[in-house]
Design a protein. Structure first.
Length: 116
């Protein structure tokens, strides 16, 4: 299993970025997929998740601004981030969780920096 996140970068307050996680060796039909983030000095936290059945849920701090989606044909999970704020600055990670075994798969992170 390999998860490769990309799309991070430097953006101004109020700007947008789209993160993408390319997944290989993992099936979305039996894995919940999620985006997590970790800011300096803080614990890693859930940002958004999409279940194997397609249901989504979001952290309160990003509701209405971020959208998680998946492209089964390309085996990618995407995170569209709009109205970015400086407090969104963090390393963002893609994660897969098998729905039966609960085995977790983590990708390397991609850095998002929002300047004020």
């Amino acid at each position: 299993v390999q998860l490769q996140a990309c799309g991070g970068g430097l953006v101004q307050d109020g700007g947008s970025l789209r993160l993408s996680c390319a997944a290989s060796g993992i099936s979305f039909s039996i894995n919940n997929m999620g985006w997590y983030r970790q800011a300096p000095g803080k614990q890693r936290e859930l940002v958004a998740r999409i279940t194997s059945g397609g249901r989504t849920n979001y952290a309160d701090s990003v509701k209405g601004r971020f959208t998680i989606s998946r492209d089964v044909s390309k085996n990618t999970v995407n995170l569209q981030m709009n109205s970015l704020k400086p407090e969104d600055t963090a390393v963002y990670y893609c994660k897969g969780t098998h729905i039966v075994t609960l085995r977790e798969y983590w990708g390397k992170g991609t850095l998002v920096t929002v300047s004020s």
